[in-house]
Design a protein around this ligand. Structure first.
Ligand SMILES: [Zn+2]
Length: 291
């Protein structure tokens, strides 16, 4: 296992980290990873972490459905139904800020969101480094392998549960910012490690998803990070289905095999999380930022 340490906080430049918790990779390897917290801006990070070269093996799993789109269990089918509903919700949210124009989905996976965006009249392109995911995207949709390949400028750039996977946080945001048209907006969705379900499940919270999640954001560090790049957060929105999804996964980590009681408990915790989350402390948050 080849790991690298992060010695400087990418949000505030601080160099002092304290122990936050140890979490297990429940999806691929069963290995344990340490989470540290910056003593200054409170950013939580997986540290040490696999390098960009060694992290690939942690994505090889049948259960990593966001990349395969597969799976035939009841849970997978519910997941897909909810996903299509949330795609419509995301597009309605974007439309509050911009009429359909050019859109780039960074980390577009198997392209479900892009498909929805194109249907609603967006001229949409994606970036996806995984060749397995790219192979499943409908022909005719414009996909780049990496950020450096991207051509043109965009009215909207979206990152749906992507930024927490990105090693090169600041260079990536610098590039994304440069790809925005004047008045363009960035939509960044990430898990929120200060949500009710995060504190309820502790180290077993599925939102930590180590070591694939390198950064574990809360509002303050995220707002600062974006503003470092000239992106001011205009609004923070909750993703109400994520609390259920993450709670169900967390229950399965806690009590492997007890599907039915996990389903019940996960739903209750998800509901409780949403009820306590108002106005903006939901399990996952969408940060809407513009220059
Ligand atoms: Zn910091």
């Amino acid at each position: 296992m080849e790991l690298e340490s992060v010695n400087t906080c990418p949000v505030c430049g601080g160099a002092k980290f304290e122990f936050f918790l140890d979490a297990i990779d429940h999806t691929a390897t069963g290995e344990s990873f340490r989470l540290n917290q910056c003593t200054d801006c409170r950013l939580i990070l997986t540290n040490p972490r696999p390098t960009q070269e060694t992290i690939e093996k942690y994505y090889i799993s049948d259960r990593y459905i966001s990349h395969t789109g597969g799976g035939s269990t009841l849970f997978d089918r519910i997941y897909r139904t909810v996903r299509n509903y949330t795609i419509d919700q995301k597009l309605s949210l974007i439309k509050k800020y911009k009429e359909p124009g050019s859109l780039l989905d960074y980390g577009c996976g198997t392209g479900e969101f892009l498909k929805g965006a194109i249907t609603k009249g967006w001229s949409a392109s994606g970036v996806e480094p995984s060749s397995t995911a790219r192979a499943r995207i409908n022909a005719g949709i414009n996909i780049y392998r990496g950020l450096s390949d991207v051509k043109g400028k965009y009215d909207i750039i979206t990152l749906w549960h992507v930024l927490e996977h990105v090693h090169e946080l600041n260079p990536t945001l610098t590039t994304l910012r440069s790809l925005l048209n004047p008045g363009g907006m960035l939509f960044v969705a990430v898990p929120n490690s200060s949500s009710y379900d995060a504190s309820h499940y502790g180290a077993q919270w599925a939102g930590y998803d180590v070591p694939r999640h390198l950064w574990h954001f809360t509002k303050k560090p995220m707002i600062k990070l974006l503003s470092n790049h000239g992106l001011n957060v205009r609004q923070i929105r909750g993703m109400k289905f994520d609390s259920y999804y993450v709670s169900l996964l967390s229950e399965n980590y806690r009590h492997p095999g007890k599907r039915l009681s996990n389903f019940t408990r996960g739903c209750i915790t998800g509901l409780r999380s949403n009820l306590q989350a108002r106005p903006d402390n939901y399990s996952s948050l969408i940060y809407i930022a513009g220059s």
